[in-house]
Design a protein. Structure first.
Length: 147
C-alpha cells in the first residue's frame, strides 16, 4: 500500500534557482515579511555580535537560505518562503534544556519536544509571519548563542 507523504512546511521560495537571490527577488517573495527578515537579521547581528551572514544552498533543489554565524558557529538559518520565512536551528542538549527553562510559549516548547533529533542536535524550524514570531526567534537565537 503506497504511503502518502504529508507536507507541513512549504518549499523554499528559491528552490530550483542556481544563483543566490538578489535583494529585490527576496523582497518580492517575502512581501510584507521582508521588513521582519531585515530587522531580525540586523537585531541578531547587533545584539549577539554575530560576525557572519552568508547565503548558501546545499543543492539547487533545496533552494537558498541565509546563515547567521558567530565565530563560524551557525546560530540560525533564514529560509525564504512565499510571504514569510522559516527560522531554523540545530539545538544541542544544553540549548534544549535552557529553552525548557525559559519563558517560551508552551506551543514552542512542544515544537522543540517533537522536533527530529540528529547527532548534531535537535532540528527546530519556526515560521516567521509576525513580530511575535520574530521575538521567539530572538529568544531561541540567544539561547543557542549562550549554550
Amino acid at each position: 500500500m503506497p504511503t502518502k507523504k504529508t507536507k507541513t512546511i512549504s518549499d523554499n521560495a528559491f528552490a530550483g534557482q542556481a544563483t543566490r537571490p538578489s535583494e529585490r527577488e527576496l523582497a518580492s517573495v517575502l512581501g510584507e515579511s521582508h521588513s521582519l527578515w531585515q530587522n531580525l537579521a540586523a537585531d541578531l547581528k547587533r545584539d549577539l555580535k554575530l560576525d557572519g551572514a552568508e547565503w548558501n544552498s546545499y543543492s539547487v533543489k533545496a533552494g537558498w537560505s541565509l546563515r547567521l554565524q558567530a565565530k563560524k558557529r551557525n546560530i540560525v538559518y533564514f529560509g525564504p518562503r512565499s510571504g514569510y520565512f522559516l527560522a531554523s536551528f540545530i539545538l544541542g542538549e544544553k540549548a534544549v534544556a535552557a529553552a525548557r527553562k525559559s519563558k517560551l510559549p508552551a506551543r514552542i516548547l512542544k515544537v522543540i519536544d517533537e522536533a527530529k533529533r540528529y547527532p548534531e542536535g535537535t532540528a527546530v524550524r519556526l515560521e516567521v509571519h509576525a513580530a511575535a514570531d520574530a521575538d521567539i526567534v530572538t529568544t531561541l537565537a540567544k539561547i543557542k548563542f549562550e549554550n
